[in-house]
Design a protein around this ligand. Structure first.
Ligand code: 5GP
Length: 186
């Protein structure tokens, strides 16, 4: 049996990675999205075990120590990590797995999982990104400022990725991402 691919999607907070991935999953139900663990508080509407596994800092630290994460990182004051077992199991059974993680996580995975294919989702402009983050209404002004500072850094790293998709129009971006996922030689 052939193993599945590990497809790593990154890009600044607010760029629309979540919406893009949901579109791609709806169009190709054979793909499986990894559920990350985080110490961040749930946003309204987020469900434990579906959107994230919400952990305390001590629970998270225990998992880091026991080698339970494929990668993990601190992002804007909270910890995030990819639980290793479910991802490795899916890949070994031939399922293509999507991860949605930050830049630090991508850099760790390049070492831990050299076969991973990486895609960067970019905003049409930094101004547009700021407008989207503010418009989402889920973060306070200080959090938005912190996320914009991280976003500025992350945008400089787009060149490290195997593929860059500009999310100007969500349907076009989803088409491009699906085409890239299925073109295994790209
Ligand atoms: P948010 O708090 O907006 O859900 O996520 C903040 C950032 O953490 C996003 O850039 C998201 O991609 C990233 N992130 C989510 N899950 C993981 C993970 O498991 N590992 C890493 N390194 N970053 C993650």
């Amino acid at each position: 049996m052939t193993t599945g691919s590990l497809i790593v999607v990154a890009g600044p907070s607010g760029v629309g990675k979540g919406t893009l991935i949901q579109k791609v999953l709806a169009q190709d139900p054979s793909l499986w999205l990894s559920v990350s663990a985080t110490t961040r508080a749930p946003r309204p509407g987020e469900v434990d075990g579906r959107d994230y596994v919400f952990l305390s800092e001590s629970e998270f630290a225990r998992l880091v120590e026991s080698g339970g994460f494929l990668e993990s990182a601190e992002f804007a004051g909270n910890y995030y990590g990819t639980p290793a077992l479910p991802v490795l199991e899916k890949i070994s059974h031939g399922t293509d797995v999507l991860l949605e993680i930050d830049l630090q996580g991508v850099r760790q995975l390049r070492d831990n999982m050299p076969g991973a294919r990486t895609v960067f989702v970019a905003p049409p402009s930094e101004e547009e990104l700021a407008t989207r983050l503010a418009g989402r209404g889920t973060e306070d002004a200080a959090t938005i400022a912190r996320r914009m500072a991280v976003a500025h850094e992350e945008l400089q790293a787009a060149g490290e990725f195997d593929c860059v998709i500009v999310n100007a129009d969500i349907d076009t971006a989803a088409e491009q991402l699906l085409a890239w996922i299925h073109n295994r030689t790209a």
